[in-house]
Write a protein that binds this ligand. Sequence first.
Ligand code: GLN
Length: 273
Amino acid sequence: MNTAYQSLCARLMMAGVPDARFDAVQLYKFVTGRDPRLDNGPTPDEASSLRVLGERRAAREPLQYLLGEWDFMDFTLKVGRGVLCPRADSEVVCEAAIELLKDAEAPVVYDLCAGTGCLGLGIARHLPGAAVTCVEKSADAWPYLTANVAGTGVQAVQDDIFTYYNRLPSGGADLIISNPPYLTAEEMAHLMPETAREPAMALEAGEDGLVFYRALAQHYKNALCPGGALVLEIGWQQREAVTALLAENGWAEIRCIQDFGGNDRCVTARRPK
Ligand code: GLN
């Protein structure tokens, strides 16, 4: 009977942690390297580390931050305080971009508001010929991004997407992907405790949640070659607003793709040929 593991589960459940058992297994493995369900118990040192991490998780620090890394598609990213955790929902966004680029030989790709770099890195892994640049403004997210791109050939640039388009050559890009901040003021006021520990800068997008989409729709068409694609992650209620913004700004072939949960999650469009 592994009583340390049992009490960790109980502690997390009492704190209202959504997947308490899963999180307890992950924390136990992280500290001991062993599966708690096949283990007699931690050493005294392991038990004290486990108690500290258990309390932090009970205080609703994201599991991802406690573990320091998290999987996305078929690879692992460094994460921690100051950067948005990669989410499974974003995998469909990355896959949509890979599909749009599958016939391109050496596509030039920008991941704007890159955070950990998950989207740009996912593209680079699946399309080794792609030249990918990840753009991130946050000084807090920057160390994670540079650690994640190290050795991959993906470039990282610290810049602000509200002005970065001025530095891009006209027609030079084949695809622009972005998971920008997209929460409304109302949503920001009702975050899950874990999301509230993530950087507001990666989440909040003005009263209506659309300020980043407005900038992307208005200013980034010219950076793409004719027929070049824009791939955006959106919130589950933003399909109409984002497709309307793109249509108003002269984008073509506007489509929406659902995530694994069946919610609208990705909008794609092209610069007209
Ligand atoms: N998907 C995130 C959430 O639901 C939001 C990410 C974003 O704003 N880009 O909290």
